[in-house]
Design a protein around this ligand. Sequence first.
Ligand code: HDE
Length: 731
Amino acid sequence: MRSFVCFSAVVATAMAAGCPYLSGEVDTRGEELGKRQAADSLAGTTIATEEFLAQFELNDTNAYMTTDFGTPIDEAVSLKAGLRGPTLLEDFIYRQKLQRFDHERIPERPVHARGAGAYGVFTSYGNYSNITAASFLSEAGKQTPMFARLSTVIGERGSTDSARDVHGFATRFYTDEGNFDIVGVNVPIFFINDAILFPDLIHSLKPSPDNQVPQAATAHDSAYDFFSQEPSTLNMVMMVMAGYGIPRSLRHIDGHGVHTYRLVTEEGATKLIKWHWTSLQGKASYLWEEAQAVGGKNSDFHRQDLWNAIEAGIYPEWELGIQIFDEDQQLAFGFDVLDATKFIPNEIVPITPIGKMTLNANPKNYFAETEQIGFQPGHIVRGIDFSDDPILQGRLYSYLDAQLNRYGGPNFEQAPVNRPRVPIHNNNRDGRAQAYIPTNIAAYSPNTINFGSPMEANQTTGNGFFTAPNRYVSGPLTRELSPTFADHWSQPRLVWNSLSSAEQQIVVNGLRFETSHVVSLTVRQNVINQLNMIDHGLAVRVAQVLVDVTIPPPDTTYYNDNKTSYLSIFSNPLPTIQGLNFGILASIYSNESMSQAASLSQQFAALGLFVSVVAENLAPGVNLTYSAADAIDFDGILVTPGSESIFINGTSPLYPLGRPLQVLQNAYDYGKPVGALGSASTVFGLVRIIEGPGVYFSNSTATLLSDFEAGLKTFKFLSRFPLDPVVQGEV
Ligand code: HDE
């Protein structure tokens, strides 16, 4: 036996703490809560997340090690025949430990494998019973517990957060009438408009089947082959390139339900809607060079950022809004609202805010909660109905199927994170790992043995209904795409028109990067042909790096001058700088630098920023060393007076050659606000930094505070970056 030094102390403490195993107590947490839950459900309230989850939590403090079936064990050394002999098959402890390890993984999600999740609460702004019977929207101030999981799409679970990708925005409301999921993304559209193409889309985006390269990247032949052969993807490709693909953090993305849904009132009146989550942190994105550096330096940047903000009590918030329109407006906006590749510009149908989500608690166990949550667009509550959008229709099948595959059985809804906060009553039975003990022996309907229970909800207080009255479906069976889905170019053109010239340059640079990785000349040519249908100048500019392509004459069929103000990420200042990262560069060898750093640190932290003082080692007052720090760690950087020598000398065994200067230079090159207090401005003469917007020198701390506050709101200073010369022949 291996000796446990504090063994007797542990026993004593466990007894004192009333350890169930030692005292012979039985765990009744679930039973008591079950009774409460039933009562609450009748009263129309839900149990708060913390209390609900507490019944499932395993707390190992002051506890003995046991097997899965509860026997106390020693499990640090295997059972052998003789001290140096072979391990015995009889050793059930050893077998169970290895077995459990071998089975730790479930299949990762085939898409959206990498993500971060958090609990939260939704607060309804009003009583919306005039448009929906959904109970979570039935009164002002009504609160509903939530879980949100935000993700990348293509990368595997162990890939990098900052890959250029669409971002998943999946939200669950644990309402008092069951779970409702809005499983969306951070753009208001999708790549394709028929779910039957989903496997093709994803196969083209995933790494090549022969060598699994590239991971979490679209810069390869198959992706652009598919994009250029299936032009419904162009709208989304344009948005991903315009900054939506590389957000600064998960807190700085919006979420969109994408499809048209239907709201239904108690009386059966219907309206069509689109769901939108608007980030109250604002939208902010990386520049591409920065995103690539983040990928290498800290592949967990987004997951860590969300976690840290919640731990620090800087709870991220999103407003839920709807675009609401009439059933007869389905073709009123110049496209079909059943086509998931189109969005309705806010200028045409404004977004009406109806509530707010606040994420306020991190999960306690990534696997049990974030990995096991199984979202489904088919998780619907009464008052909300589907539309005939072919993508939504396909998803209603696929997500259930995906969960069955991941869990290996149908009881996944019983995992704590999946359980509704209201009791379950139905005749579904058995299956792998059933966790309930159904006591009704009449598991069928109709029955008399259990007095007809469970009863159809619409006959009782539950009032169950989902499908809107007067929703008709008819038509000949056909495998054709509706002609109302056929225009794939007018909206990408609108996206292009809506960007500033600096953002257009970002799109051009992005497409240059991506298509430069495409080997097939046919694919390159096809991409240019498609871009030419959006904008001739765009095609010409991207083609400049491809050389071996023919630039077709302008194809003006879909050219238009429409714009929307909502799309631009970089033109709109952030509403708040709370929770952004700020770096103060200092040197431990200068008293002046360290004392300024201490005082600046306090003053900048008071603005709600996460402030790090960077210096040569972790002396008191220093949070990060130059060995570890990088420009990607900060949204803005300030240099302290007295630290100049480390920038001038640039060499010390305590950090990589030239690192302090490199941090400053890279921050500037990533478009961030940078500045210096007093004499530290001389440091800027050493680097390729041009005085201009977002570069601040002052002897006054107060001036620097207000400069940086404005600069961090601007977030990226795009005027630092060159634009292509005017392209001849641009239409
Ligand atoms: Fe998904 N999608 N998807 N998707 N999707 C999955 O479901 C699928 C689509 C989205 O954090 C999978 O549980 C089909 C649109 C998010 O757990 C899978 C189609 C939108 C997440 C699946 C779509 C999304 C998924 C993988 C029709 C935005 C992650 C595991 C073309 C409106 C949810 C799983 C989480 C996950 C299928 C299209 C968003 C395979 C067939 C459109 C955010 O079932």
